[in-house]
Ligand binder design. Structure first.
Ligand code: GSH
Length: 220
């Protein structure tokens, strides 16, 4: 049975999973869970995602949520096809550096960029007022974190070493929105040429370009 991805084009995390499925050349059905209509909170979906969120997948009966867990599952199951996104399981050092890079994204990047997104994008969509002072403080925090990124990326091409991994790709979900939609690019500029080179490279990955503006949904 073809893998089903439940998501919505307004969810960048659903697009994260679609990106990885595309890179791994895995055919899938993309099923819309209309977030604006609150469908993700319906009993039907809550049965499959206990937190009433998207994305989640159904791969022949295996229902999996949490976008990073989904992406790792896909990259592992279809290891031998498409773009290689995880290290060789027998390479202890490469896996340690991969785990480190995953942790960097989850602890140093997402908590800040997600909050900037919520303030600048989602609050206005809900008719709420952006807290400009909070955004300023978040951007100041992001600047400091990006100095750490600059140090790492001045020595290697990607966050886990010389090869692209899921850890890099995970930055696109919020990073691309900040830059493409919200114009928060003062943080990624000539002050940090290695971060700029890295992010430009990520933003032009074919898999991301194929999904970033959303995908057609399948009728169910
Ligand atoms: N850590 C989760 C976060 C999932 C998440 O926050 N999804 C958003 C859409 S991008 C959502 O469903 N928000 C609605 C809600 O949390 O009620 C993941 O990576 O999948």
């Amino acid at each position: 049975m073809v893998l089903k991805l439940y998501g919505d084009n307004i969810s960048n995390l659903a697009l994260r999973v679609a990106h990885v499925l595309t890179d791994k050349q895995v055919p899938f059905e993309y099923i819309k869970v209309d977030m604006i209509a609150g469908k993700h909170k319906s009993p039907e979906h809550a049965q499959r995602h206990p937190f009433g969120q998207i994305p989640y997948i159904d791969d022949d009966g295996l229902v999996l949520y949490e976008s990073r867990a989904i992406c790792k599952y896909i990259a592992t199951k279809w290891r031998d096809q498409g773009v290689q996104l995880i290290p060789d399981p027998n390479d202890l050092e490469a896996n340690a550096l991969f785990d480190q890079a995953l942790s960097i994204e989850q602890n140093n990047f997402e908590p800040i960029t997600l909050n900037i997104m919520l303030e600048l994008k989602y609050k206005p969509l809900r008719g709420e007022k952006t807290d400009e002072k909070f955004v300023e403080s978040l951007i100041a925090k992001l600047e400091v974190k990006l100095n750490g990124y600059e140090t790492i990326l001045s020595k290697q091409k990607y966050l886990a070493g010389e090869n692209l991994t899921l850890a890099d790709i995970y930055h696109l979900a919020w990073g691309a929105v900040l830059i493409d939609e919200l114009g928060v690019n003062s943080t990624i500029d000539e002050k940090r040429p290695h971060v700029a080179r890295w992010f430009k490279n990520l933003s032009s990955l074919p898999g991301w370009l194929a999904v970033k503006n959303g995908l057609p949904y399948q009728e169910v």
